[in-house]
Design a protein around this ligand. Structure first.
Ligand code: UT7
Length: 345
């Protein structure tokens, strides 16, 4: 069985990509602040007040991003009542290996035989870049259904001895199934605001492992194989970019901020989310937030947040949702949609 047939489209209605299912997965192993304070020069109090994070999840040795992606993908397919997608797009910063892309393996393990499959790399903005890409495949008629999975095994990329990053990042995955539908129906993915600034690529980077270091034929220094982040500068950019992208997306939708029922911002740090909401004049009750128990899960952050919010009854059919993200690259983005009647798989 493939994705359910789209409802009969009114004559002249524009084709759009519509969210038909959602699911998420976090590995069972939990990293507490106490575990981190036992080996890093930090404190539970510092982590809670500066980031809002209390726990995050971690893969076990030998587990890879595709393992998380398959779990979340299965749940999104189940949520949509589908067993196949025409294309599988994987947003990730932590592919299983540098070559080939991880998406084809995910597609194969999800029994999406023959589906188009490729990775999208936009770090923490990966889900929004992936959503724009997946929706474009549907709108262009290349695919009638696309499974978009965002999955990260960030704990494999973070230096466990670096207190600037080890306290923040966690592992997890979220996925949505998009089907062909019509513009304006609940779940239809709207217009996108996407941007980048490569002049600040060094704010969040893994210096080694790519063509620049490998072509030099000099072995990488171990510390260069880990993720590095200039936290304070990143923080400032994150607040500015998510605020301005949100304003543009809400304007493009013809909404005002009074129309926004839920803000689903990238879960980087509770203070960043609060600062963005404050600038956009959005009260706390309208914010979706799960950073306290999952930490920063990179590209997976938004679909994991949406899926958990659906499960918790915090996000229901008809809610007008503003999605915004910021990440390495630098990259950022925002979009809006009216939440459809879906149950998390
Ligand atoms: O996912 C998308 C991209 N990522 C983000 O958006 C994350 C953005 N950045 C952040 O969330 C925050 O900048 C951090 C949580 C990383 C850091 O918080 P901060 O409030 O910006 O702290 P800071 O970097 O300005 O550091 C303040 C002080 C420094 O000490 P000095 O130089 O003032 O003496 C740090 O060395 O806190 C120190 N510090 C810590 N102390 C205890 C940094 N990390 C820690 C730590 N525990 N884990």
């Amino acid at each position: 069985m493939s994705a359910p047939d789209p409802p009969h489209a009114p004559e002249g209605a524009l084709r759009a990509a519509v969210i038909a299912g959602i699911g998420s997965y976090v590995p069972p192993d939990v990293v507490t602040n106490d575990e981190l304070t036992a080996r890093l020069e930090t404190s539970d109090e510092w982590i809670r007040t500066r980031t809002g994070i209390v726990t995050r999840h971690r893969i076990t040795p030998g587990t890879a991003t595709s393992d998380l992606a398959v779990e979340a993908g299965q749940r999104a397919l189940k949520s949509a009542g589908a067993s196949h997608a025409d294309a599988v797009v994987l947003a990730t910063t932590t592919p299983d290996q540098p070559c080939p892309a991880t998406a084809p393996q995910v597609a194969a393990r999800l029994d999406c035989a023959g589906a188009a499959a490729f990775d999208v790399s936009a770090v923490c903005t990966g889900f929004l870049y992936g959503l724009a890409t997946a929706a474009s495949l549907v709108v262009a008629g290349v695919a009638d259904s696309v499974l978009l999975v965002a999955a990260e095994a960030f704990t494999s990329l973070v230096d466990p001895d670096d207190r600037h990053t080890a306290i923040i990042f966690g592992d997890g995955a979220g996925a949505v199934l998009l089907r062909a539908g019509t513009a304006g129906e609940p779940g239809a993915v709207g217009s996108f605001v996407l941007g980048s600034d490569g002049t600040a690529s060094d704010l969040i980077e893994v210096p080694a492992g790519g063509s620049r270091q490998r072509s030099a034929r000099v072995p990488a220094r171990p510390q260069d194989t880990y993720l590095r982040m200039r936290g304070r500068d990143t923080y400032r950019h994150a607040v500015e970019r998510m605020t301005s992208a949100s304003r543009q997306a809400v304007h493009a939708a013809g909404w005002t901020f009074a129309d926004v029922d839920r803000l689903a911002a990238h879960q980087a740090n509770a203070r960043i989310i609060a600062a963005v909401a404050d600038r956009l004049d959005l009260p706390e009750q309208r914010l979706l937030c799960n950073v306290a128990h999952v930490g920063n899960t990179g590209a997976a952050s938004i679909p994991l947040l949406l899926s958990e919010a659906v499960e918790a009854g915090r996000l229901t059919a008809g809610h007008r949702v503003l999605l915004t993200a910021f990440g390495g690259g630098l990259t950022w983005g925002a979009t809006t949609l009216t939440w459809p009647d879906v149950t998390a798989g």
